[in-house]
Design a protein around this ligand. Structure first.
Ligand code: ATP
Length: 363
């Protein structure tokens, strides 16, 4: 059996700030025990509010930011252990597109030269056919040969993002981490670039980790979704399951807040309620408790183990158990995990407090 393209396990990142000779630095755990898998040619949507840790995870995947601990396996290869030469090889196979294409385009370099540079660097085409390849890439992203001689400032935002995509594709990558690639663009241009990315993934078989705060965009593109809250993946699975039948109350809150096409074609936006906790906070309990419609006192006392939430099936089963009584709950396969038992205890406490913990309650 071939390894998945990307396997991430137990990824952690703590930022430290301040501190001095006698004072310990303040610690912010911005990514905690994150794990997910991306198959070849698959689009994995990583969604969450601003500050939830999406960019930090994207950058750690490509070693632009070093993780503190955890595993990143790319095609079975341990990315965190790569030496400089192997890292260069990996960076040919895995690319990143940023929200601001200027971040990856030098304003003084003509876009044709910017696209040609990585082709030459990695010796991907004989010198005589690099120009033809550049034109092919420009056309692939909906531009033309005439654009090759222009500088980035001569392009609109959408066109610049197309150039950045062509440049990323120049090295024929198997994975592209797309960090909010359309969120700075006008709505109509967003749709065009999202469609282009979908089309390229289908045609070239390139996989994306697609980072976005916009559920509508993720719904359009992703085959699998991970929902990130305060650095924790709270729910993950096939997009149809996570977005069609969300189990975690945070996922429901995000979906309720995401813009939906209005009958008259307008888009409506409801706001997610409450604020995410400070990553520097050290309060005990579940990080979502202050915003959760199902929270009970016990939730504020102890943080549930992460897999209590990441494992959506068990989370739903636990909620049903709280409503119907533990004796009617479907038995989890194998021995109940500590996470399952903790969730059960929390939900029994919810029953004791007389709170309905319904999976259909509005988030
Ligand atoms: N270099 C850094 N030093 C300290 N804290 C940082 C650093 N980079 C990011 N953070 C903090 O880490 C947390 C996660 O940031 P990150 O940019 O990964 O989130 P995000 O979900 O991508 O948010 P956004 O959509 O706003 O970019 C935030 O609280 C941010 O302030």
């Amino acid at each position: 059996m071939t390894a998945p393209l990307l396997e991430v396990r137990g990824l952690n990142k703590i930022y430290r700030s301040g501190g001095g000779f006698l004072r310990a630095p303040r610690e912010a755990q911005v990514v905690k025990d994150v794990g997910f898998t991306v198959g070849r040619g698959e689009v994995f949507g990583l969604v969450g509010e601003s500050g939830s840790g999406k960019t930090t995870i994207g950058r750690m995947l490509l070693r632009l930011t070093e993780a503190d601990s955890g595993e990143i396996l790319f095609d079975g290869q341990d990315v965190r252990a790569l030496g400089p030469a192997a890292l260069r090889g990996f960076r040919r196979r895995a690319q990143m597109i940023f929200q601001d294409p200027f971040a990856s385009l030098d304003p003084r370099v003509r876009v044709g030269d910017a696209i040609a540079a990585p082709i030459r660097l990695h010796g991907l085409r004989p010198a005589g056919s690099v120009k033809d390849r550049v034109v092919e890439l420009l056309e692939m992203v909906g531009l033309s040969a005439a654009h090759a001689d222009r500088h980035p400032h001569a392009f609109s935002g959408g066109q610049r993002q197309r150039v950045a995509i062509a440049r990323a594709l120049a090295v024929e990558p198997e994975l592209i981490v797309c960090d909010e690639p359309v969120s700075a663009l006008d709505l109509s241009v967003q749709a065009q670039v999202v469609n282009l990315l979908a089309d390229l993934s289908a045609r070239l078989g390139v996989a994306y980790v697609f980072i976005s705060h916009d559920m509508a965009v993720v719904r359009h593109l992703a085959s699998h979704v991970g929902v990130l809250y305060a650095g924790r993946l709270v729910e993950t699975g096939p997009a149809a399951a996570v977005l069609g039948a969300p189990r975690h109350p945070y996922t429901r809150m995000l979906l309720a807040a995401s813009p939906r096409p209005h009958a008259a074609g307008r888009r409506e936006r409801a706001e997610a309620t409450g604020e995410p906790p400070s990553p520097y906070g050290r309060e005990p309990g579940c990080r979502f408790a202050s915003r959760c419609p199902h929270a009970v006192a016990a939730c504020r006392a102890a943080e549930p183990p992460l897999d209590a939430f990441a494992d959506g099936a068990r989370f739903a089963a636990c909620i049903r158990a709280a409503e119907l009584g533990p004796e009617t709950a479907p038995a989890p396969e194998g021995a109940p995990s500590p996470a399952f038992q903790t969730r059960m205890a929390l939900l029994r406490a919810a029953r004791a407090e007389g709170r309905a913990a319904s999976p259909d309650a509005p988030a």
